[in-house]
Design a protein around this ligand. Structure first.
Ligand code: GDP
Ligand code: MG
Length: 175
């Protein structure tokens, strides 16, 4: 499906601290396999995912940070034009959840006010190592008007749901 063949083409970004699983979520969404050996700096700049929603053909262009978050080097151009975002933290590391509010502030500063943001608590397969209760994620999402979901890029649990929640909300806002 080329750009001309789809009804909607939009940009979405992955945001969050280093090593929360952004690149693996992107690979999953784009149809790839989980990478146990993924390196922080290895990653594509972006990947495409085509999806049919209702009668519409949608092409999502998903941007990855490719490790820039470690240097706080995500720039305004990363957010420019993005209609959606997956704001990711790691449920086994409280600090990554605490950072979510910082990322949110940055997204609202540099991104569009209408950006659809899904708060994603990733690594839900690691229940024994959980530091962030699901309730905390839910509460933050409620306070900030976001959608909330826990995912596992490893088991591919809820990943498609999180992506589709974002896509359908973007379409609702667009159509
Ligand atoms: P990024 O820095 O946010 O892009 O994170 P990566 O996708 O590179 O993942 C960082 C590390 O976490 C890697 O070792 C992955 O294998 C691991 N990882 C990512 N997602 C999951 C997950 O859902 N479950 C588990 N157990 N490990 C994960
Ligand atoms: Mg990465």
């Amino acid at each position: 499906m080329s750009g001309e063949d789809c009804d909607y083409l939009f940009k979405a970004v992955l945001v969050g601290d280093a090593a929360v699983g952004k690149s693996n979520l992107l690979w999953r969404i784009a149809g790839g396999e989980f990478r146990l050996d993924s390196k922080p700096t290895i990653g594509v700049e972006f990947a495409y995912r085509d999806v049919k929603v209702g009668g519409s053909l949608v092409k999502a262009q998903l941007w990855d940070t490719a490790g820039q978050e470690r240097f706080r080097a995500i720039t305004s151009s990363y957010y420019r034009g993005a209609l959606g975002a997956l704001l990711v933290y790691d449920i086994t590391r409280q600090a990554t959840f605490d950072s979510a509010t910082k990322w949110l502030r940055e997204m609202r500063q540099f991104g569009s006010g209408e950006m659809v943001i899904i708060l994603v608590g990733n690594k839900s397969d690691l229940q024994h190592a959980r530091e962030v209760p699901a309730e905390d994620g839910r509460r933050l999402a409620e306070q900030e008007g976001l959608c909330f979901m826990e995912t596992s890029a490893l088991t591919n649990s809820n990943v498609e749901d999180a992506f589709m929640a974002m896509v359908t909300r973007i379409l609702e806002a667009t159509v």
